[in-house]
Design a binder for this molecule. Structure first.
Ligand code: OAD
Length: 227
C-alpha cells in the first residue's frame, strides 16, 4: 500500500520554522512573493541571498519534530512517499527515504544561468560565489513564476496512491495544491491542519483539525484500525 504524504510549511512549524502565511509573516514583514521571484533577484540579489542565507541557518538549528519522526517510522509498515513543498531537510533527517522536494532545497545552490548546474550548499551564498560555468550562484529554489520541474514525477507518484495525507499546507500555491486531484478516484484523503483550508469536503475526505504531531498520531491510529 502506498501512502502519499503531501507536506507544507505547517509540518515544520513545531520545529520552530515559521510558516509563510502565518501571523507575523516570514521575515521582517516581507511577503514571500516579494523575495521569492526572479524579479526580486534581478532587483536586489544581495537581499534575496540574505533571505535564503537566513533560512538556511534557521533550518540548520531546527530538529525534526514528532510528526516528521512518526512518518519516518511508518516506513516499516507501508510504502511511504513524501512530496514536500518545504525546502528544509527535516523529513530526511527524521529518516524518511522517499522524499521529493517540489519547491527545491535550501541545502543546494545552482548557477543562475544553468538550472542543471546544481551543487551542495551548506553555508551562505555570497555575491561573487560562482558555479562552474562562472555564473553567480543562486539558491536551488523554485520561485514564483518559475517552472516546477518535479511536478510531472510528483503527479506520477500521486497517481499510485492508496491513501493521501496532506499536512500543514494552506493549499494556496499552485500547482502543488492541485496534486491531490491526481490520486485515483475515491482514494481516502486525510487533511491535517489546525486551520483546515477552505475546500469542498467530499465523502472520501477526513479532516483532522490538529497540529501536525497530534494529527499524524491520530491518522496512524486510524489506519492501524483499517489494517
Ligand atoms: P503556508 O504558510 O501557506 O501554510 C502553512 C499551513 O500550515 C497553514 O494552513 C497553517 O494553518 C498550517 N499550520 C500552522 N501550524 C501548523 C502545525 N503546527 N501543524 C500543522 N499545520 C500547521 O505554507 P505552504 O502551504 O507550505 O513556496 O506554502 C506553500 C508555498 O508557498 C511554499 O512552499 C513556499 C511559499 O511560497 C516557495 O517558496 C516556492
Amino acid at each position: 500500500m502506498q501512502i502519499t504524504i503531501l507536506t507544507g510549511a505547517g509540518i515544520s512549524a513545531e520545529s520552530g520554522i515559521p510558516t509563510f502565511r502565518g501571523t507575523g509573516g516570514l521575515w521582517e514583514g516581507q511577503r514571500v512573493e516579494d523575495v521569492a521571484t526572479h524579479e526580486a533577484w534581478l532587483r536586489d540579489k544581495q537581499f534575496v541571498l540574505d533571505f535564503y542565507n537566513q533560512r538556511r541557518q534557521a533550518v540548520k538549528k531546527a530538529q525534526p519534530n514528532k510528526a516528521h519522526l512518526a512518518l519516518a517510522a511508518l516506513q516499516k509498515h507501508h510504502h511511504i512517499q513524501i512530496i514536500t513543498q518545504n525546502i528544509d531537510d527535516l523529513h530526511e533527517r527524521a529518516g524518511s527515504e522517499n522524499v521529493m522536494h517540489l519547491h527545491g532545497e535550501i541545502f543546494k545552490s545552482r548557477s543562475e544561468r544553468n538550472n542543471n548546474l546544481i551543487s551542495i550548499c551548506n553555508d551562505d551564498i555570497n555575491l561573487g560565489d560562482v558555479a562552474e560555468d562562472g555564473a553567480q550562484l543562486r539558491p536551488h529554489i523554485v520561485w514564483f513564476g518559475e517552472e516546477v520541474p518535479m511536478l510531472e514525477p510528483a503527479i506520477a507518484l500521486t497517481e499510485l496512491s492508496d491513501i493521501v495525507v496532506i499536512i500543514g499546507t494552506s493549499m494556496l500555491v499552485y500547482p502543488a495544491a492541485s496534486l491531490l486531484h491526481y490520486a485515483p478516484e475515491g482514494t481516502p484523503i486525510y487533511i491535517i491542519n489546525p486551520q483546515i483550508p477552505d475546500m469542498q469536503k467530499k465523502s472520501n475526505y477526513t479532516f483532522i483539525e490538529k497540529n501536525a504531531s497530534d494529527g499524524v498520531e491520530e491518522f496512524i491510529a486510524d489506519i492501524l484500525k483499517i489494517n
